[in-house]
Design a protein around this ligand. Structure first.
Ligand SMILES: [Zn+2]
Ligand SMILES: [Zn+2]
Length: 266
Protein backbone atom coordinates (compact mmCIF):
# COMPACT_ATOMS: atom_id res chain seq x y z
CA UNK A 1 0.00 0.00 0.00
CA UNK A 2 1.27 3.45 -0.90
CA UNK A 3 2.04 5.44 2.23
CA UNK A 4 -0.04 8.52 2.97
CA UNK A 5 1.22 12.03 2.36
CA UNK A 6 0.81 13.47 5.84
CA UNK A 7 2.33 16.93 5.42
CA UNK A 8 0.60 19.71 3.46
CA UNK A 9 -0.58 23.26 3.99
CA UNK A 10 -3.36 25.71 3.10
CA UNK A 11 -3.49 29.45 2.27
CA UNK A 12 -4.42 30.18 5.89
CA UNK A 13 -0.70 30.11 6.73
CA UNK A 14 -0.15 33.04 4.30
CA UNK A 15 2.63 31.30 2.31
CA UNK A 16 0.81 28.41 0.59
CA UNK A 17 -1.64 28.29 -2.31
CA UNK A 18 -4.58 25.97 -3.05
CA UNK A 19 -7.52 24.74 -1.03
CA UNK A 20 -7.62 21.29 0.62
CA UNK A 21 -10.06 20.13 -2.11
CA UNK A 22 -7.34 20.90 -4.69
CA UNK A 23 -4.64 19.06 -2.70
CA UNK A 24 -7.06 16.13 -2.46
CA UNK A 25 -7.79 16.16 -6.21
CA UNK A 26 -4.08 16.07 -6.99
CA UNK A 27 -3.53 13.21 -4.52
CA UNK A 28 -6.27 11.18 -6.23
CA UNK A 29 -4.75 11.84 -9.64
CA UNK A 30 -1.50 10.30 -8.33
CA UNK A 31 -3.26 7.20 -7.00
CA UNK A 32 -2.75 8.09 -3.34
CA UNK A 33 -5.42 6.67 -1.04
CA UNK A 34 -4.69 8.76 2.05
CA UNK A 35 -3.45 12.27 2.83
CA UNK A 36 -3.40 14.55 5.84
CA UNK A 37 -3.70 18.31 5.99
CA UNK A 38 -1.20 19.64 8.52
CA UNK A 39 -1.09 23.40 8.28
CA UNK A 40 1.05 25.55 10.57
CA UNK A 41 -0.73 25.82 13.91
CA UNK A 42 -1.66 29.13 15.50
CA UNK A 43 0.39 30.54 18.36
CA UNK A 44 -1.24 31.95 21.47
CA UNK A 45 0.55 35.24 20.74
CA UNK A 46 -1.25 36.51 17.61
CA UNK A 47 1.69 38.55 16.27
CA UNK A 48 4.32 35.85 16.95
CA UNK A 49 5.21 35.75 13.24
CA UNK A 50 3.58 36.18 9.82
CA UNK A 51 3.50 32.63 8.49
CA UNK A 52 0.64 30.84 10.26
CA UNK A 53 -3.12 30.97 10.78
CA UNK A 54 -4.58 32.87 13.73
CA UNK A 55 -6.35 30.87 16.42
CA UNK A 56 -9.67 32.44 15.40
CA UNK A 57 -9.16 30.82 11.96
CA UNK A 58 -8.90 27.30 13.34
CA UNK A 59 -12.60 26.53 12.78
CA UNK A 60 -12.33 27.78 9.18
CA UNK A 61 -9.34 25.47 8.67
CA UNK A 62 -11.28 22.49 9.97
CA UNK A 63 -14.23 23.38 7.70
CA UNK A 64 -11.93 23.44 4.66
CA UNK A 65 -10.67 19.96 5.51
CA UNK A 66 -14.22 18.68 6.15
CA UNK A 67 -15.26 20.05 2.75
CA UNK A 68 -12.45 18.10 1.05
CA UNK A 69 -13.51 14.95 2.96
CA UNK A 70 -17.11 15.40 1.80
CA UNK A 71 -16.05 16.08 -1.81
CA UNK A 72 -13.74 13.06 -2.10
CA UNK A 73 -15.14 10.25 0.05
CA UNK A 74 -12.84 7.74 -1.69
CA UNK A 75 -9.77 9.46 -0.33
CA UNK A 76 -8.92 9.21 3.37
CA UNK A 77 -8.23 12.79 4.46
CA UNK A 78 -6.81 13.25 7.91
CA UNK A 79 -7.23 16.37 10.03
CA UNK A 80 -3.94 17.46 11.51
CA UNK A 81 -1.64 20.34 12.36
CA UNK A 82 2.06 21.01 12.10
CA UNK A 83 2.68 22.43 15.55
CA UNK A 84 5.74 24.47 16.50
CA UNK A 85 7.44 23.03 19.52
CA UNK A 86 8.70 25.91 21.69
CA UNK A 87 9.52 25.13 25.34
CA UNK A 88 6.89 26.80 27.53
CA UNK A 89 4.14 26.46 24.91
CA UNK A 90 3.02 23.02 26.10
CA UNK A 91 -0.23 24.23 27.68
CA UNK A 92 -1.16 26.08 24.49
CA UNK A 93 -0.53 22.94 22.43
CA UNK A 94 -2.78 20.98 24.79
CA UNK A 95 -5.48 23.64 24.37
CA UNK A 96 -5.24 23.29 20.58
CA UNK A 97 -5.43 19.51 20.92
CA UNK A 98 -8.69 19.79 22.86
CA UNK A 99 -10.41 22.02 20.29
CA UNK A 100 -11.00 19.49 17.50
CA UNK A 101 -10.83 15.71 16.94
CA UNK A 102 -7.38 15.76 15.32
CA UNK A 103 -5.88 12.66 13.72
CA UNK A 104 -2.30 13.64 14.54
CA UNK A 105 0.03 16.49 15.42
CA UNK A 106 3.37 16.89 13.68
CA UNK A 107 5.79 18.48 16.13
CA UNK A 108 8.29 20.70 14.35
CA UNK A 109 11.12 22.90 15.53
CA UNK A 110 11.48 26.07 13.45
CA UNK A 111 12.59 28.28 16.37
CA UNK A 112 15.89 27.51 18.07
CA UNK A 113 15.95 30.51 20.39
CA UNK A 114 13.70 33.47 21.08
CA UNK A 115 12.12 34.56 17.83
CA UNK A 116 14.73 33.17 15.41
CA UNK A 117 12.98 30.91 12.91
CA UNK A 118 16.23 29.59 11.47
CA UNK A 119 14.60 28.09 8.33
CA UNK A 120 13.17 31.46 7.28
CA UNK A 121 15.08 32.78 4.24
CA UNK A 122 14.53 36.32 5.58
CA UNK A 123 16.62 35.42 8.65
CA UNK A 124 19.72 34.17 6.85
CA UNK A 125 21.82 36.98 8.36
CA UNK A 126 21.26 35.40 11.78
CA UNK A 127 23.03 32.20 10.67
CA UNK A 128 26.14 34.26 9.91
CA UNK A 129 26.26 35.38 13.56
CA UNK A 130 26.30 31.82 14.89
CA UNK A 131 28.53 28.78 14.79
CA UNK A 132 26.61 26.05 12.94
CA UNK A 133 27.33 23.45 15.64
CA UNK A 134 25.84 25.75 18.29
CA UNK A 135 22.65 26.09 16.20
CA UNK A 136 22.44 22.37 15.44
CA UNK A 137 22.92 21.60 19.17
CA UNK A 138 20.12 24.01 20.15
CA UNK A 139 17.94 22.55 17.41
CA UNK A 140 18.39 18.94 18.49
CA UNK A 141 17.97 19.85 22.17
CA UNK A 142 14.51 21.17 21.31
CA UNK A 143 13.73 18.32 18.93
CA UNK A 144 14.56 15.83 21.69
CA UNK A 145 12.29 17.73 24.09
CA UNK A 146 9.55 17.63 21.45
CA UNK A 147 9.92 13.84 21.17
CA UNK A 148 9.70 13.54 24.95
CA UNK A 149 6.73 15.91 25.32
CA UNK A 150 3.94 13.37 24.55
CA UNK A 151 2.32 16.12 22.45
CA UNK A 152 3.06 14.71 18.98
CA UNK A 153 2.60 11.55 16.91
CA UNK A 154 5.23 12.59 14.36
CA UNK A 155 8.32 14.79 14.45
CA UNK A 156 8.60 16.94 11.30
CA UNK A 157 11.63 17.25 8.98
CA UNK A 158 14.04 16.04 11.67
CA UNK A 159 17.24 17.59 10.26
CA UNK A 160 15.73 20.87 9.03
CA UNK A 161 18.85 22.67 10.35
CA UNK A 162 20.69 21.59 7.16
CA UNK A 163 18.27 23.56 4.95
CA UNK A 164 20.71 26.36 4.01
CA UNK A 165 23.80 24.09 4.08
CA UNK A 166 25.32 25.53 7.26
CA UNK A 167 26.91 22.20 8.16
CA UNK A 168 28.99 21.94 11.37
CA UNK A 169 32.49 20.54 11.09
CA UNK A 170 31.87 18.58 14.31
CA UNK A 171 30.33 15.10 14.25
CA UNK A 172 26.59 15.48 14.96
CA UNK A 173 25.87 11.76 15.31
CA UNK A 174 25.55 12.01 19.14
CA UNK A 175 22.86 14.72 18.69
CA UNK A 176 20.96 12.50 16.23
CA UNK A 177 21.25 9.48 18.53
CA UNK A 178 19.99 11.30 21.60
CA UNK A 179 16.93 12.50 19.68
CA UNK A 180 16.27 9.09 18.11
CA UNK A 181 16.58 7.32 21.47
CA UNK A 182 13.92 9.69 22.83
CA UNK A 183 11.68 9.13 19.78
CA UNK A 184 12.00 5.34 20.12
CA UNK A 185 11.39 5.43 23.87
CA UNK A 186 8.23 7.52 23.49
CA UNK A 187 7.03 5.73 20.33
CA UNK A 188 7.05 8.91 18.22
CA UNK A 189 7.46 8.64 14.44
CA UNK A 190 9.69 10.70 12.18
CA UNK A 191 8.76 11.59 8.61
CA UNK A 192 10.66 11.41 5.38
CA UNK A 193 9.96 14.93 4.16
CA UNK A 194 10.72 15.38 0.47
CA UNK A 195 10.67 19.21 0.58
CA UNK A 196 14.41 19.25 1.34
CA UNK A 197 15.01 18.25 -2.28
CA UNK A 198 13.52 21.61 -3.28
CA UNK A 199 15.76 23.61 -0.89
CA UNK A 200 19.48 24.55 -0.91
CA UNK A 201 20.42 21.27 0.82
CA UNK A 202 18.98 19.34 -2.16
CA UNK A 203 18.34 16.32 0.03
CA UNK A 204 15.29 14.88 1.76
CA UNK A 205 14.84 15.38 5.49
CA UNK A 206 16.35 13.44 7.13
CA UNK A 207 19.58 12.45 5.37
CA UNK A 208 20.14 8.78 4.42
CA UNK A 209 22.68 8.48 7.27
CA UNK A 210 20.18 9.87 9.77
CA UNK A 211 17.46 7.57 8.44
CA UNK A 212 19.75 4.57 8.87
CA UNK A 213 20.23 5.53 12.53
CA UNK A 214 16.45 5.95 12.86
CA UNK A 215 15.92 2.43 11.54
CA UNK A 216 18.60 1.12 13.91
CA UNK A 217 16.50 2.59 16.75
CA UNK A 218 13.30 1.26 15.12
CA UNK A 219 11.73 4.71 15.07
CA UNK A 220 8.42 4.49 13.12
CA UNK A 221 8.08 6.31 9.81
CA UNK A 222 5.61 8.51 7.96
CA UNK A 223 5.97 10.33 4.64
CA UNK A 224 5.30 13.97 3.77
CA UNK A 225 5.75 16.23 0.78
CA UNK A 226 5.37 19.41 2.87
CA UNK A 227 3.30 20.67 -0.07
CA UNK A 228 2.62 24.40 -0.11
CA UNK A 229 0.79 24.04 -3.47
CA UNK A 230 -1.51 21.26 -4.77
CA UNK A 231 0.96 20.07 -7.43
CA UNK A 232 3.57 19.38 -4.71
CA UNK A 233 1.47 16.62 -3.13
CA UNK A 234 3.27 13.28 -3.33
CA UNK A 235 6.34 14.90 -4.88
CA UNK A 236 9.38 12.55 -5.00
CA UNK A 237 7.49 9.85 -3.08
CA UNK A 238 8.91 7.06 -5.26
CA UNK A 239 12.42 8.13 -4.25
CA UNK A 240 11.42 8.46 -0.60
CA UNK A 241 9.82 5.01 -0.51
CA UNK A 242 12.84 3.50 -2.26
CA UNK A 243 15.15 5.09 0.30
CA UNK A 244 13.01 3.85 3.20
CA UNK A 245 13.03 0.29 1.85
CA UNK A 246 16.75 0.34 1.09
CA UNK A 247 17.35 1.49 4.67
CA UNK A 248 15.37 -1.48 6.03
CA UNK A 249 11.93 -0.02 6.67
CA UNK A 250 9.03 -2.34 5.83
CA UNK A 251 6.11 -0.35 7.31
CA UNK A 252 4.69 3.14 7.60
CA UNK A 253 2.57 4.54 10.38
CA UNK A 254 -1.08 5.49 9.90
CA UNK A 255 -2.54 7.95 12.40
CA UNK A 256 -6.25 8.12 13.15
CA UNK A 257 -7.80 10.11 15.99
CA UNK A 258 -4.39 10.27 17.65
CA UNK A 259 -4.04 6.47 17.62
CA UNK A 260 -1.72 4.67 15.27
CA UNK A 261 -1.24 1.42 13.37
CA UNK A 262 1.54 0.01 11.24
CA UNK A 263 0.90 -0.75 7.54
CA UNK A 264 3.17 -2.50 5.03
CA UNK A 265 5.14 -0.32 2.65
CA UNK A 266 3.84 -1.42 -0.75
ZN1 LIG B 1 5.16 26.41 5.56
ZN1 LIG C 1 7.87 22.77 8.92
Amino acid sequence: MKPADYHMHTPLCCHAVGEPVEYAAHALSLGLTEIGLSDHSPMRQVDWDDWRMRSDQLDEYVEKVRKAQATYPNLQIKLALEVDYVPGHEDWIKELAARHPWDYFIGSVHYVSGKWDFDNPKKLSEWKKHDPFEVWTMYFDRLTMAAESKLFEIIGHADLCKKFCYYPKEDCTPLFRRFLEAAARHDVAIEINTAGLRKDCKEMYPSPQFLALAWEHRVPLTFGSDAHAPNEVGLNFEEAIALAKKTGYTHWRRCTQRQHESLPLD
